[in-house]
Design a protein around this ligand. Structure first.
Ligand code: PEP
Length: 252
């Protein structure tokens, strides 16, 4: 089954509102309109509405970087699914390693957030990844399995078909160290087998699994040539319009 590639830019906590508008405009100038791949942009929460306006008509999709699992209430500082939908989002990143590392995100919370996103027809981009210590002690596949099982806990095959997964080794995020194509492929293939077990073979065959971790114009082509890598979740390089444009235009 052909899987349409996804190239997603996670802007993290970067760019003020005017800077976000300018970057979105520059991206469109560099990339233009494409119909054989999906481009997703994840700016900060205060910039969502402005970027939504900026990319209107481009075909690019808008993602948030996180959400709360409740729809509203006394949760100071949080944003909910209905708020993200109203701001123009179609996607939301969940379980990013920076949230796991610095903000106590657990697999249980990831599962609650995934369900909240699906309830509001937002496509979750569910991130998993091992630390360097876990890789060096041979635990990579076990850690990934635990995170995928935990994050997708309680979902039926239909729901699993509605999400995107991202493998992001923690040691490769923002460090300039990239997983070798073989290391990434091994984990992606194991995630796809697990999706087949948790849902079914058809859902697994159609499931988009992105790689993230120091993706750059120089390494995107070889990563994208791997059988089970269906796209990239890009941090640092998504803040430079020319670099992100080259990543979007990967050749494999
Ligand atoms: C990310 O933020 O998801 C990421 C992969 O960052 P970077 O590309 O900077 O490593």
């Amino acid at each position: 089954m052909a899987r349409v590639p996804i190239l997603a830019g996670n802007w993290k906590m970067n760019c003020t509102l005017p800077e976000s508008e300018a970057l979105a405009g520059e991206l469109y100038k560099e990339i233009g309109q494409l119909d054989d791949r999906e481009v997703i942009i994840a700016p900060t929460t205060p910039a969502l509405t402005a970027v939504a306006r900026q990319i209107d008509g481009s075909g690019y999709k808008l993602s948030a970087q996180d959400l709360h699992w409740e729809d509203s209430g006394a949760f100071t500082g949080e944003v909910s699914g209905p708020m993200l939908v109203a701001a123009g989002c179609s996607h939301v990143i969940i379980g990013h390693s920076e949230r796991r590392q610095y903000f106590g995100e657990t697999d249980g919370r990831v599962a609650l957030k995934v369900k909240a996103a699906l309830r509001h027809k937002l496509t979750p981009i569910v991130c998993v990844g091992e630390t360097l210590e876990e890789r060096e002690s041979g635990e990579t596949l076990a850690v990934i399995e635990r995170q995928v099982r935990g994050g997708l806990d309680g979902l039926d095959a239909n729901s699993i078909a509605g999400l995107v997964l991202a493998y992001e080794p923690v040691w490769a995020i923002g460090t300039g160290k990239v997983a070798t194509p073989q290391q990434a492929q091994e984990v992606h293939a194991s995630i796809r087998s697990l999706v087949a077990e948790l849902a079914n073979a058809e859902v697994a065959a159609g499931c988009r699994i992105l790689y993230g971790g120091s993706v750059k114009p120089e390494n995107v082509d070889i990563l994208m040539s791997q059988e089970d890598i269906d796209g990239a979740l890009v941090g640092g390089a998504s803040l430079k319009a020319a670099d992100f444009a080259r990543i979007v235009r990967f050749q494999s």
